[in-house]
Design a protein around this ligand. Structure first.
Ligand SMILES: [Zn+2]
Length: 141
């Protein structure tokens, strides 16, 4: 398979692995946005969060949860931005689901995660009610 994250998970490609569980792996981003920028992936290949089975989702989030304070401590960060680019439209560049932990530092010049969109949508109360209802129905509530 021509997937760099699968190759890392299989030991066929090098990476600076920082943590590993039975089904999840964490390693430094090869093109870091900050010192300590770490990726967390399921060891098996799933393209997006939509494809990730619940057990693998829990494994990825559990490892992310453990890593955030450890990474912040290791690089003396003041906080971190944690997120997934889910799908090409969101900027996902490797088609193997991965979460980013990007350490943040006071005055680093970066923006909040709110900056990922160019402009906020113009939604009224009725629009928000409709969207909430559609999401709740889709998630099965
Ligand atoms: Zn893969």
């Amino acid at each position: 398979m021509d997937c760099i994250f699968c190759a890392i998970a299989d030991g066929a490609a090098d990476a600076r692995v920082v943590a590993e569980t039975e089904s999840a792996l964490a390693f430094l981003d090869a093109n870091p946005l900050a010192p300590g920028h770490t990726l967390v992936v399921p060891k098996d290949h799933y393209e997006t969060l939509d494809d990730l089975p619940p057990a693998e989702g829990r494994a990825v989030f559990s490892l992310l949860h453990r890593l955030v304070p450890a990474i912040e401590a290791a690089v003396d960060a003041d906080g971190s931005t944690v997120g997934f680019n889910n799908g090409a439209a969101a900027g996902q560049e490797v088609d193997h689901v991965h979460g980013h932990v990007i350490p943040r530092f006071a005055g680093d010049g970066g923006g909040p995660i709110h900056g990922v969109v160019g402009s906020r949508p113009d939604l009224d109360e009725g629009d928000l009610d409709d969207i909430a209802a559609h999401i709740a129905a889709a998630v099965g509530e």
